[in-house]
Write a protein that binds this ligand. Structure first.
Ligand SMILES: Nc1ncnc2c1ncn2[C@@H]1O[C@H](COP(=O)(O)OP(=O)(O)OP(=O)(O)O)[C@@H](O)[C@H]1O
Ligand SMILES: [Mg+2]
Length: 321
């Protein structure tokens, strides 16, 4: 049962993807807190829903909250609820989203955007299991499973003081990181086929057929919007080219645009036909970094992505000091 929930909704066979799904299947059966990481459009919400549907809580509610979409002054009452008259504008009781998820799963999306003051309250709830509505005297025990997601590097937010470290550790019990599409290129043709077929059926049309050249081009696209971008692309192709062959020239500009290409293809440094001397290039880059930082070796090292010690060693090697 739990296996099919994942297989039916989360398409893909790439090993990088499959290993995340395997971990997800294991944690779905438990009540453990899950943190889903991944770029925009990689399927974080889809995975959160699959975790719920594969869990013992599947008959209970799945309540999703986008922390980035809540106005700061309303987050607390939205999450924890409020009593009538607790503040100006609180005309009625509001049970809050945490209580609405009783017996089920609470999905806190874009958790990195949660205001600091509310982070403290969320931590208290996670530790006590008790939810206190605004204006209420006594807290209530609530039974929910928490899943959070973010496309931000949460630990960077911790270092910048924008995310509580204790909450970070409390949420990060089991992290599941969905790979970007460009790291699972082997799945692109499969997704292309299944998504165009599914979308064509929805529109009552025949799916388009991609030439192998078009397919190769699609496989080398960067897909910054990941599966969401691929899905939208498939829908566009179904509408414009149903029951037709799609060649490279039929692909939209944003796919053909080299800015959308992989870093390998539009690398900032292109190896010239006649080759180069890597030593000379390195020496030149170090010289430029030292110039730009007016000889500040720590900053020059940062510009080059080296430790200061490594830079010092190389300066000596190239006798640039
Ligand atoms: N593995 C997958 N198989 C099939 N469809 C997928 C897969 N992953 C994502 N999708 C589809 O891609 C779209 C984006 O997925 P989703 O909303 O879950 O992404 P997200 O990671 O939450 O993105 P964001 O960070 O922008 O909120 C949805 O239409 C979803 O159904
Ligand atoms: Mg999402």
């Amino acid at each position: 049962m739990s296996n099919s929930v994942f297989d039916d909704t989360l398409l893909g066979n790439a090993p990088e993807f499959k290993s995340v799904i395997r971990s997800a299947q294991i944690v779905a059966a438990t009540d453990v807190t899950v943190l889903i990481l991944g770029e925009s459009g990689t399927g974080k919400e889809l995975l959160a829903k699959a975790l719920h549907r594969a869990s013992a809580r599947r008959e209970g509610p799945f309540v999703a909250i986008n922390c980035a979409a809540l106005p700061e002054n309303l987050v607390e009452s939205e999450l924890f609820g409020h009593r009538k008259g607790a503040f100006t504008g609180a005309h009625d009781h509001h049970q809050g989203r945490i209580r609405a998820a009783e017996g089920g799963t609470l999905f806190l999306d874009e958790i990195g955007e949660l205001p600091l003051a509310i982070q403290a309250k969320l931590l208290r709830f996670l530790e006590s299991g008790e939810c206190q509505a605004v204006g209420e005297q006594s807290p209530h025990k609530i039974d929910v499973r928490i899943i959070t997601a973010t496309n931000r590097d949460l630990y960077t937010l911790v270092r910048e003081g924008r995310f509580r470290e204790d909450l970070y550790y409390r949420l990060n019990v089991v992290p599941l990181e969905l790979p970007p599409l460009r790291q699972r290129r082997g799945d692109i043709s499969l997704l292309l086929k299944i998504l165009t077929t599914e979308l064509a059926t929805q529109h009552g049309l025949q799916p388009p057929r991609f030439t192998s050249k078009a397919q190769t081009r699609l496989e080398s696209h960067r897909w910054p919007g990941n599966i969401r971008e691929l899905r939208n692309f498939c829908e566009r192709m179904v509408i414009l080219h149903h029951d037709q062959q799609v060649d490279v020239n039929d692909l939209p500009m944003d796919i053909l645009d080299p800015r959308g290409e992989t870093p390998e293809e539009s690398a900032p440094f292109a190896l010239p036909e006649e080759g180069i001397s890597l030593d000379e290039l390195e020496r030149e880059m170090i010289r430029q970094a030292l110039d730009r930082t007016h000889g500040n070796r720590s900053r020059a090292a940062r510009l080059l992505g080296l430790t200061r010690d490594t830079l010092l060693y190389r300066i000596k090697k190239y006798t640039l000091g």
